[in-house]
Design a protein around this ligand. Structure first.
Ligand code: MG
Length: 236
């Protein structure tokens, strides 16, 4: 009892100090997240061993190739998407375009990360490879070119860290706030809080208040992916 009382007094003292100094009370301290090897509050979508969280559009299990801690696009098998669906989120994903360079322009190392299956952040081998600006690696496809080309070479692992804010809709279904995307490519800011103009070209899924999965595109090139996780974000 005495210990409980002492704790209560200490707690009250903290609140009084917080009030007196204008600081937030200790009760407002943010939760602790251990950052390594992935954030402790992250939802892992691919850990290098299985595609259990992925499927094709028809609901069949994802048939892409898993080996050496990575998954590889199986050309012609179709795109795959996550079983979990998400709204606003922080997403981490790593990719590597083929080490053996084949094709050019949009035909070289093409894939894509679709947020909510609606908005494509382009994946392409853009290392010394010319194509249209809003279709190169890191573009919000046909909406925004990346601010800079931070691409590594063919076969090298690259990172995307993406902050996605879902679009908002009123009760009648009218959009009141566009989806927004920030992309950091290999540690370099390439898209800064871009308001999206709608779904990107190749998406068959219209905008709505419904959450959606992450989709990885089969564009016919054996692009590899690994270490994929996200953290749901609360928006106010
Ligand atoms: Mg693509």
């Amino acid at each position: 009892m005495r210990r409980t009382g002492a704790l209560a007094m200490m707690s009250m003292a903290c609140v009084l100090v917080a009030l007196a100094t204008g600081h937030r009370a200790s009760e407002d301290l943010p939760p602790v997240v251990a950052p390594d090897p992935v954030p402790s509050d992250a939802i892992v979508l691919f850990d290098g061993t299985s595609l259990e969280h992925w499927q094709h559009a028809d609901g069949s299990p994802a048939s892409w190739i898993v080996e050496d801690g990575a998954m590889t696009v199986k050309p012609g098998s179709g795109s795959i998407h996550t079983v979990p669906v998400l709204q606003s989120a922080q997403l981490h994903i790593e990719f590597a375009t083929p080490a053996e360079v084949q094709g050019e322009g949009q035909g070289r190392g093409n894939s894509g990360v679709y947020l909510q299956r609606r908005y494509e952040v382009q994946v392409l081998d853009s290392y010394e490879n010319q194509t249209y600006a809003d279709g190169q690696c890191g573009a919000i496809y046909k909406q925004y070119p990346p601010l800079v080309n931070a691409s590594r070479g063919p076969g090298e692992w690259q990172t995307y860290d993406i902050i996605f804010t879902a679009a908002e809709f009123d009760d009648a279904g009218s959009k009141t706030s566009p989806a927004r995307v920030t992309v950091i490519h290999n540690g370099v800011l390439i898209q800064h809080d871009r308001p999206l103009k709608g779904v990107t070209g190749a998406s068959r899924f219209g905008e709505s208040s419904e959450p959606g999965p992450i989709l990885l595109q089969d564009h016919g090139n054996p692009v590899r992916y690994r270490n994929i996780w996200y953290r749901p974000l609360e928006t106010e």
